[in-house]
Every structure is written in structure tokens, then in C-alpha cells.
Design a binder for this molecule. Structure first.
Ligand SMILES: [Zn+2]
Length: 380
């Protein structure tokens, strides 16, 4: 069976969409208690449990955590696909048994359960946990650090979502990105960094076949307040995963699937087992902030005699348990070096606003209304 076929039929369909909370994953974890070791490793600032699941009993220990940022659930959904994969007894049995005997893979699916309910990046106290690695001012930060100290893993996965604004100089968008964080200002290639780079190269080789030219790497400026940098400082290879936007898929079910394959390829369950050279890491293109959700080019607006470009970016808003995507005008001007996931040349057509006002930044778009056809007819 091909892994893609397994995935299509078996991914964790109880978890869909971007709003994923502890309450939603708890019944799923309950289903796995007879198969895997599940424990509560901490309590959030608002008193919610922080569960951890252990896949396998092998000597090689890895630690992963997702939803450190509460509104970044794509990798959490991928984690439950992975748990389902390792928990099934029909397909890939020799690969799975070898994995479960070789590795102990510890996963914290939601490190920030309060933020997951509020759909915020930060925790309940408004603290970005990925800037709290030195202060350890929050319970969630202490929880992760104590699990890390206790387990002494040989590697870590720091799993996130990236915004839809990342692309490359060649105009392609970044669908999945990685980083092997620095552990000093000089960005030295320490042994931990090199090992993390090798893991990223392995995953990139696999992903390149699925999404050629859409895998990126983040800027490696050092920041000791970030968890990845701090864990690399401690000599433990730590990979930042960033699930991004696949054209048209705002729920990110596609990048979820790609993260699933990434982790399997990291552990050698899929893909080729070939020699890895860490230097290949630097051939992965670096992310630029050069993408927006929608760009309309060459439009006429009230305030300018010249044709201008307009960038529109969605703001995600939690409303009655659902995430809505509200479009906002982000920039009006010349956007030559910015690309749009939707990118339309409107060839001098006028954008009319209601009320008739100048089109400026940070205005919410309530509705897109296309020119009625009779205007085209008149111009023809
Ligand atoms: Zn994040």
C-alpha cells in the first residue's frame, strides 16, 4: 500500500479545521490508553491538563510538542494522523514495529491549552511561550522544560503554523518551512545544529517530490528566549516545523498531510535511505515575507490618478466555535515584489468603495462585488 493511499483512507477525520482544543483531542487520547502510555505532564495557567503520549518503547528518545501557540493547530492534526498510523495493525507493520522498538517518541499535542480555547498565539496571560524559554515565567514553559530535562531526548520537534505571507525570491510560496535554530550570536554550526540540519535535509528531499520548490528555511538569527535556540544551546538537536499555506486550502488540511509525511520521512518510514550531507540545508531557499492572500494589480482608486496595487490579508477570528477569515486591506501602492496566493491584474478597472472614500490600509472588506457586465459592454 502506498502511504498516500493509507493517508486518504485513514487520516484522523475527527479533527478537522483550524480550531482545535484540548476538549476535542481528549476523547481521541482516551481511545489510545490501552495502546500507548498517556500521562499529564503539567497544568496550564488556567488549570487545564497538558497531556503527553508516548509512542514506542525503544532506547532512542525524541520529544515533540505542538500548539505552543494556541492558534496553530495544523501540526496537532498531523500528530493525530501519526498516532493513528502507529496505532493501526493492518498496514506497514514491519516498519511500525521496527519504529516502536527503536524509538520512544514523546508528543505533547497541545502545550498551550488555554490559548487553544481562546484561539490566540499567546497563553492565557498574554505571554508568547516561544519567547519565555529563559524566563520560564509561565506554567506551560516550566512544563516543557521539565519534560525536556527529565527525558533527555536525543532530538526535539518544535511544531508550528506559519502565516500565509512567506515565499521565496523566485515568486513561489513557502508551503512548509523548517529551521535548525542557532545556539549563539555567531550562528556556529554546532554538532546539535548539524544533526538538526541533516534531519531537515532528509525531510526536504521527501517533500521536494511532492511540492517542488515550496519548502523553505527560516532566518537563523539567534534568540535565546526561543525554545529551539535554548534547546540547541543545551546540545539537543531541535527542529522547528512550520506548516504553511497551500493554495486555496485555508483550513490547512494539505500542509497537515505534508507534516505527517515529513515526520515519517525523518524516521525513515517513507522515502529513500541515502547519504545525507548537512550542507544541503543551505540550498533550501530562505523564507521572505513576500506573499499576501490576495493582490489586485493595476486598479484605479478614488485618491490616485495612477493605477495602484492592493494587498488584502485575511484576519482569522474565532466566532461561536468557528474560525472566520475576514479580509482586510493591508496595503495600497506599488507591490511589484509582493506576490498573491490570488493575484489578479485588473487592468485599470476602478475599485469603488461604499461609502465612496479613499481606500486605505486596515479597512475591512465586507464584500467583493464584481463590476456588473453592462460596464464592460459600455466600454467595449
Ligand atoms: Zn508558532
Amino acid at each position: 500500500m502506498k502511504i498516500e493511499d493509507w493517508y486518504r483512507e485513514n487520516f484522523e477525520s475527527d479533527l478537522l479545521g483550524k480550531y482545535i482544543t484540548l476538549q476535542m483531542i481528549s476523547p481521541l487520547l482516551d481511545c489510545y490508553t490501552s495502546l500507548f502510555e498517556i500521562s499529564v505532564v503539567g497544568i496550564s495557567e488556567k488549570g487545564r491538563n497538558i497531556p503527553m503520549i508516548q509512542l514506542g518503547n525503544g532506547p532512542r528518545k525524541f520529544l515533540a510538542w505542538s500548539q505552543m501557540h494556541g492558534n496553530e493547530s495544523t501540526t496537532t492534526r498531523a500528530i493525530f494522523d501519526l498516532i493513528k498510523f502507529f496505532g493501526q495493525t493492518k498496514h506497514f507493520q514491519s516498519e511500525i514495529n521496527e519504529f516502536l522498538n527503536s524509538y520512544s517518541f514523546y508528543i505533547i499535542p497541545i502545550l498551550n491549552p488555554d490559548g487553544s480555547v481562546l484561539y490566540t498565539r499567546e497563553n492565557a496571560n498574554g505571554v508568547d511561550l516561544n519567547r519565555d524559554a529563559q524566563n520560564l515565567s509561565q506554567r506551560e514553559s516550566v512544563c516543557l522544560r521539565s519534560v525536556f530535562d527529565k527525558l533527555e531526548p536525543e532530538g526535539c520537534f518544535n511544531m508550528h503554523d506559519q502565516r500565509s505571507i512567506y515565499g521565496f525570491d523566485n515568486g513561489k510560496p513557502a508551503i512548509i518551512s523548517f529551521l535548525s535554530p542557532s545556539s549563539d550570536q555567531e550562528r556556529s554550526i554546532t554538532s546539535a545544529r548539524r544533526t538538526a540540519m541533516e534531519g531537515i535535509v532528509r525531510m526536504n528531499r521527501y517533500l521536494e517530490k511532492k511540492i517542488p520548490g515550496n519548502v523553505g528555511r527560516y532566518d537563523d538569527s539567534f534568540n535565546a528566549d526561543c525554545v529551539g535556540d535554548t534547546f540547541q544551546m543545551a546540545g539537543v538537536p531541535t527542529i522547528l516545523f512550520e506548516a504553511g499555506h497551500f493554495k486555496g486550502d485555508y483550513m490547512r488540511e494539505k500542509s497537515r498531510e505534508l507534516i505527517f509525511y515529513s515526520v515519517l520521512s525523518f524516521f525513515g518510514l517513507v522515502g529513500e535511505k541515502s547519504e545525507i550531507n548537512f550542507e544541503e540545508y543551505f540550498q533550501i531557499p530562505e523564507n521572505r515575507k513576500n506573499y499576501r492572500d490576495i493582490i489586485f494589480r493595476n486598479v484605479k482608486v478614488l485618491q490616485s490618478p495612477n493605477l495602484l496595487d492592493i494587498a488584502i490579508q485575511y484576519h482569522e477570528v474565532l466566532s461561536e466555535g468557528l474560525i472566520t477569515f475576514d479580509p482586510y486591506v493591508e496595503e495600497v501602492g506599488n507591490l511589484k515584489n509582493i506576490y498573491g496566493h490570488i493575484d489578479e491584474d485588473l487592468k485599470g478597472r476602478e475599485i469603488l468603495t461604499k461609502p465612496a472614500e479613499n481606500l486605505t490600509d486596515n479597512v475591512k472588506v465586507f464584500e467583493f462585488v464584481k463590476n456588473p457586465g453592462w460596464i464592460d459592454d459600455l466600454l467595449a
